[in-house]
Design a protein around this ligand. Structure first.
Ligand code: HEM
Length: 553
């Protein structure tokens, strides 16, 4: 490959000879994003504990007044020893972010395994009460702490989110609830794989008298004119409304909260543009049930849309944005980030400037590497003899297990029948008769069983197919959203855990694209690796080469 460059000598030196990297070990490590994710969750557990906590600092003075102003703390709990002003800075808010991310990663015994969606809904409902005419409502105040606002029908179930954040508030008593709830919404979007959400502090908690009247949030059973009334009152336009509702790519409706039931897409804990794609591409029919009117997808009968969601496709002015976001995930991520920031800031009397917003570093779990650029060499769906359609279908745990066991049986050297077991390796293009190793089958099973990994995998598969289709059609290579660079174009850093290469992303994450030695080792054979940005949906292909036999002794 002409464009390929030589990997740095440090990599060569610390890497075992290429020939000693066993294929089995490599393919088993393809499952690493998930394992790495869990491992780094554990990493967070110890880090969170080191945040300046109330164990050593006794908080006093202005803490109750809230806001991003000055706070006083007394060292060692003795007022006579010393006292000084405490003005939280970016690193303090990053610690709050880390604590929320840490809880998100650990408190998985809830809904589909994450409190993230309900945190986003809390931030949205706290902010979406804003009325631009009177300047009342909005995230500044956190008045949902009090009845009657906490009892408003639209806020049913949000106690789960508020309670989830209480330990974080106890750990960082200087942050206001209003700042904490909005920061948690931004954190959840990032941690669930969404775009970077720049955020700034400055909200003040208010008392019960500032509670907003009922009826300021949208009613899901209503149509486009109601949606416009509600969101225009906050100051949004049609494009912004559509982008905002795209948050329904995460989470689900609950019969004991809104009365509605079910998730909008197949990966409710991963932020994607799937909500729009399904809105446009699926056929939605009214669900026959003893509940409020809602819609079910014709293909699987497992997903749902609210009447208000479908209203976005019926109104022409809304629909054009739905169609754009359905096919352009990057446009959606960019627009969502901008409008979500706007939502969280409605009516807040900031003393800081917009350019002073913080972009928080997401937890390590969001480092994604897709390790193949040609799915036809190893398609996980083909390995398990499962269908992959452009619209993902639900695969039950049982279906996956059965497919896994069948594949093991079919490809196991001892169990395979003479006609299923090839005696010599078959060309990889002969997919019907190709034999797979146990590692390949297990990796396929693990990836498709994990909602996060499956969503990422499906995305890359679609991208690959689009690229192949484009090449066949035009003879050119499809590079949309996929920048191709050489390894030497990345900055290099030696750390305790080996060498890492990184490069900034358009989304603002300065280390958005991160490649470790382990990633490169795994892809040594291919000489290229496709890396996903940790802060947004963009991808980058990194070309590299290893010089054999250059290992120093
Ligand atoms: C037309 C506007 C909207 C309507 C009618 C609407 C309605 C609903 C309803 C009925 C639910 C189910 C609640 C439950 O039963 O738990 C829900 C959930 C949710 N909504 Fe919306 N929503 C709208 C806009 C938004 C916006 C602007 C956002 C964020 C930017 C958002 C984020 C969410 C999330 C993340 C959930 C899932 C919560 C969970 O899993 O617990 N929604 N929405």
């Amino acid at each position: 490959m002409a464009a390929a460059r030589t990997v740095s000598r440090a990599f060569l030196r610390s890497t075992p000879a290429t020939s000693s990297i066993r294929p089995a070990a490599r393919s088993a490590r393809f499952a690493l994003p998930s394992q790495g994710f869990r491992a780094s969750r554990r990493g967070y557990a110890s880090e969170a504990g080191e945040a300046k906590s109330s164990n050593t600092l006794l908080w006093a003075g202005l803490a109750a007044a809230g806001g991003a102003g000055a706070y006083f703390y007394l060292k060692g709990g003795d007022a006579s020893v010393s006292s000084k002003e405490f003005v939280p800075g970016k690193e303090d808010y990053q610690k709050v972010y880390d604590a929320i991310a840490h809880r998100l990663a650990n408190e998985t015994d809830y809904d589909d395994g994450s409190y993230g969606p309900v945190l986003v809904r809390l931030a949205w409902h706290a902010s979406g009460t804003y009325d631009k005419e009177t300047g009342t409502g909005g995230s500044n105040g956190a008045t949902m702490r009090f009845a009657p606002e906490s009892d408003h029908g639209a806020n049913a179930g949000l106690k789960h989110a508020r309670d989830f954040l209480e330990p974080v508030k106890a750990q960082f008593p200087w942050i206001t609830y209003s700042d904490l709830w909005t920061l948690a919404g931004a954190c959840a979007i990032q941690e669930l794989g969404g775009p970077a959400i720049p955020w700034r502090p400055g909200r003040q908690d208010k008392d019960v008298a500032a509670c907003t009247p009922d009826g300021r949030l949208p009613d899901a059973s209503k149509d486009h004119s109601h949606i416009r009334d509600i969101f225009y009152r906050m100051g949004f336009n049609d494009q912004e409304i559509v982008a905002l509702v795209g948050a329904h790519s995460i989470g689900r409706a609950h019969t004991d909260r809104s009365g509605f039931d079910g998730p909008w897409d197949f990966s409710p804990t991963v932020f994607t543009n799937e909500f729009f794609r399904l809105l446009v591409e699926e056929k939605w029919q009214q669900r026959k049930w003893n509940g409020p009117k809602q819609f079910t997808d014709k293909s699987t009968g497992t997903l749902m849309m609210l009447p208000a969601d479908l209203a976005l496709t019926k109104d022409k002015a809304f629909r054009k944005h739905v169609e754009l976001y359905a096919k352009d995930s990057d446009a959606f991520f960019k627009d969502f980030s901008e409008v979500f920031v706007k939502l969280l800031e409605l009516g807040v009397p900031f003393t800081t400037k917009a350019e002073d917003r913080y972009v928080f570093k997401p937890s390590e779990r969001k480092t994604r590497t897709m390790t193949r650029s040609n799915p036809t060499t190893n398609d996980y769906y083909e390995i398990l003899s499962l269908p992959f359609t452009e619209t993902s279908t639900t695969l039950s745990k049982q279906q996956l297990k059965t497919a896994y066991h069948k594949a093991l049986l079919k490809h196991h050297p001892d169990k395979a029948t003479p006609d299923t077991q090839p005696t010599t390796p078959l060309p990889t293009t002969d997919l019907n008769t190709r034999s797979y190793t146990i590692d390949e089958i297990t990796t396929a099973y693990k990836t498709l069983s994990d909602p996060y990994l499956r969503a990422e995998y499906d995305r890359s598969l679609r991208l690959d197919r689009a690229r192949v289709a484009e090449r066949e059609k035009t003879g050119t290579v499809f590079h949309t959203g996929l920048e191709v660079v050489d390894l030497e174009d990345l900055a290099i850093e030696e750390g305790d855990e080996g060498t890492v290469w990184y490069r900034g992303c358009r989304c603002g994450d300065e280390r958005g694209f991160l490649v470790t030695e382990g990633d490169l080792e795994r892809e040594v054979e291919h000489g290229e690796i496709v890396v996903g940005c940790r802060g947004c949906s963009l991808w980058m292909k990194v070309l590299f080469a290893v010089e054999d036999g250059e290992e120093d002794t």
